[in-house]
Design a protein around this ligand. Structure first.
Ligand SMILES: [Mn+2]
Length: 304
């Protein structure tokens, strides 16, 4: 089936969110932090609203409620399944969602665009378009997408902030909310042609005890290149060899998994964050001799 395209006009400020995955509490905080004003702002939600997360029904109902205000447009993502708890009205609302928003200078889509010929695109190719930024495509206008957590575009240092590629005119905003331990929900803002963003997550704060210089950052495993060979296994960490690069990585046993006889790792890194003694960052996960932390959207190790 052809992707459904809706032509929209943007107001002075645009707030764009994607891949909420049942995190209604994060969405509400983001809108509050952004000072969302329905009459002044355009609110765009690029799909993957209510599945794979803790508060699916509440999130769907909140987004439906938001969509009644002016200047709000919602897209259908690849995870917008019709589920048992939904009312007939909710089914119908989801089934009527478009796949592409055409706003002139900007195009918004959940997964990506196979081409700029918007009227003749297959809907699934727009909703589930994996690694869209890595297909060598570039566009005459800005294409803003979600779906592929931005961390999957980071092959050395994992970062969860939106990525803006001027060369390709592609913007990726999915912060891995609900999918990655260090993930966040990003609001991407466009105001008078200027870009900015705000992140929200629930990670606790962590105070670094010692000063540590930045190091590592040779590898961050991504979903596209997730296959590894386990070279040795300790009580808490394993040494693995990343098949795509040949690089070796020490990573928690709990982060790697075996499927069909193949070991896999996604979002694991050797990057060590630069921190000053007493500096406060976000705690992602604690281990016996180190913690995985996040600072300004970038994840990495801090050794104790
Ligand atoms: Mn998603």
């Amino acid at each position: 089936m052809n992707a459904a395209v809706r032509r929209i006009a943007l107001t002075k400020r645009v707030i764009c969110v994607s891949d909420i995955h049942g995190h209604v509490h994060w969405l509400n905080r983001l809108l509050e932090n952004a000072g969302y004003a329905p009459r002044r702002d355009t609110l765009l939600i690029l799909g993957d609203i209510y599945t794979k997360g803790p508060y699916g029904a509440e999130t769907l109902r909140r987004v439906m409620e938001l969509s009644r205000a002016p200047n709000v447009h919602i897209l259908r993502g690849n995870c917008e399944d019709i589920t048992g708890w939904m009312s007939p009205d909710e089914d119908a609302w989801v089934n009527a969602l478009p796949h592409i928003l055409d706003a002139g200078e900007y195009v918004f889509v959940h997964g990506g665009l196979p081409s700029e010929d918007l009227e003749h695109l297959e809907m699934w190719a727009c909703m589930k378009n994996d690694a869209f930024m890595e297909q060598g495509l570039s566009f005459s206008r800005w294409v803003v997408h979600g779906h592929w957590p931005v961390n999957n575009y980071c092959h050395r240092i994992p970062c969860y902030n939106p990525i803006v590629s001027e060369r390709q005119r592609i913007i990726a905003i999915d912060g891995g909310c609900g999918i990655k331990g260090a993930g966040q929900l990003n609001a991407f803002l466009i105001e008078d042609g200027a870009f900015s963003f705000m992140p929200v997550d629930d990670l606790p704060l962590y105070r670094a005890e010692k000063t540590q210089c930045e190091s590592g950052g040779t590898l961050n495993t991504t979903w596209s290149d997730r296959f590894v060979d386990v070279l040795s296994r300790g009580d808490e960490f394993s040494i693995v060899r990343h098949r795509a690069t040949g690089l070796e990585l020490e990573t928690p046993n709990s982060h790697i998994w075996e499927h069909d006889g193949q070991w896999q790792s996604a979002g694991d890194t050797d990057y060590c964050l630069p921190v000053a003694a007493g500096e406060t960052v976000k705690l992602v996960e604690a281990f016996s001799d180190r913690v995985l932390a996040k600072k300004d959207g970038v994840a990495g190790w801090i050794f104790l």
